[in-house]
Design a protein around this ligand. Structure first.
Ligand SMILES: Nc1nc2c(ncn2[C@@H]2O[C@H](COP(=O)(O)OP(=O)(O)O)[C@@H](O)[C@H]2O)c(=O)[nH]1
Ligand SMILES: [Mg+2]
Length: 373
């Protein structure tokens, strides 16, 4: 381009949209060229293994992409990183909105980077397509951690089913670990099934609570209490300290009523303030003790193996479902069957059988066609 600095004049104004005052064409072309030069999967893998954050971010974007052209490349990158992963610890954090998860992760994450750790923060929040990613909005609450070169914060993949978000988060964990992050924190909101998904991808599960008006245990789902390896009562500062300590006693009592865990770990209850940072080092001590115990007993590896197996089956379930529901013939028969079931013309089971038969017959035909090619 001979004339790189072009002054855009009023003559080029279109329908009331004025172009920027100075358009540097050569700069734009440079950017366009850069964008066009997509790194190969091997380049991305090399970048990630060197700890290059741009490569890491780009690879995560590939994983999150819904463009089928990206699937294979994303899968190659994950595969290439796999043997370099698994050297980290993974901590899940849940709690209802407002309990202080983001503020806690900021304080806790800073404590960890001060201890020399490299921390990656991810989120599983299938509702975030509406709120544009909870962590993204929360980055303001993680001001220090965002600036920390030993921390990496990534909002959750959005516009997806829980299964989709969860799988992508699992793959993102692998990439972060390969990039040298040794402590992975996964935040999830305390609604729906997302805790169960996060619980099945972490080594340690932490439930964040605040002290309430007395009856602390009301409103907590038993399942979540059972999953927790620690309950941390946040906002134990100012006038709240006494109530937080009472809540601690109550939760401790409740936890002792649960059958003992396979890990042989007795879940702990502690208090902390994410604002004053009181009790934050103690949370880390608790978690360290857990890892010491479970790594020595072999439970740590056993749990990871189980999780890998679980995710293999989960992925098969998810893909089969996707494939089934994306067939145009299925979509149209599904619509017809829905009405027929409503009108009592066919039972739900018979309708389901019909749909599955159509699906399997179609698959069998495709196989035969392939064979006779
Ligand atoms: N007093 C006090 N306030 C806190 C503490 N942690 C968080 N908060 C406040 O609680 C509100 C919700 O915090 P946030 O981290 O956004 O909660 P999240 O929705 O669980 O991520 C914010 O106004 C925080 O400043 C704490 O330890 N003490
Ligand atoms: Mg938050």
């Amino acid at each position: 381009m001979s004339n790189s600095n072009q002054q855009a004049g009023s003559t080029s104004e279109k329908a009331g949209i004025s172009p920027p005052e100075i358009t540097n064409i050569s700069a734009i072309n440079q950017i366009k060229n850069k964008r066009r030069q997509q790194p190969t999967s091997q380049e991305l893998i090399n970048g990630i293994l060197e700890g290059n954050r741009t490569s890491l971010s780009r690879a995560i974007t590939l994983i999150e992409s819904t463009n089928p052209d990206h699937f294979e490349k994303a899968s190659e990158v994950v595969q290439g990183c796999l043997t370099h992963a698994n050297k980290s610890i993974r901590i899940g954090i849940t709690g209802v909105p407002g309990v202080g998860k983001s503020t806690f992760i900021e304080a806790f994450g800073k404590h960890l980077t001060e201890l020399g750790k490299k921390v990656a923060v991810l989120a599983v929040d299938p509702s975030s397509s509406l709120s544009h990613g909870s962590i993204l909005g929360d980055k303001t609450r993680m001001e220090e951690l965002v600036k920390d070169e030993n921390a990496f914060i990534r909002p959750s993949a959005s516009g997806e089913t829980l299964g989709g978000v969860a799988r992508k988060t699992r793959e993102t964990i692998i990439l972060c670990e390969a990039a040298g992050f040794d402590t992975i924190i996964i935040e999830t909101v305390g609604v729906g099934q997302s805790e169960t998904a996060v619980h099945s991808m972490v080594d340690f599960f932490l439930l964040l609570k605040i002290s309430g008006a007395g009856d602390e245990l009301q409103g907590i789902k038993r399942g979540i209490m059972e999953m927790a390896d620690a309950i941390v009562i946040n906002k134990a500062d100012g006038d709240n300290i006494k109530k937080a300590n009472q809540a601690k006693v109550e939760f401790n009592r409740a936890l002792h009523l649960f059958p003992s865990k396979k890990s042989n770990w007795q879940p702990k209850v502690t208090t902390c303030s994410s604002l004053t940072k009181d009790g934050i080092p103690e949370v880390w001590n608790t978690i360290s003790n857990y890892f010491e115990l479970t790594k020595e007993s072999g439970f740590f590896q056993e749990k990871r193996n189980e999780q890998n197996h679980f995710w293999m089956l989960e992925t098969i379930n998810e893909e089969l479902k996707q494939n089934f529901f994306n067939q145009p013939e299925i979509v149209s028969l599904l619509e017809k069957s829905k009405k027929a079931v409503q009108n009592n013309e066919i039972s739900s089971f018979a309708a389901a059988s019909q749909l599955l038969k159509l699906y399997f017959d179609k698959g069998a035909k495709a196989q035969r066609d392939k064979g006779s090619e």
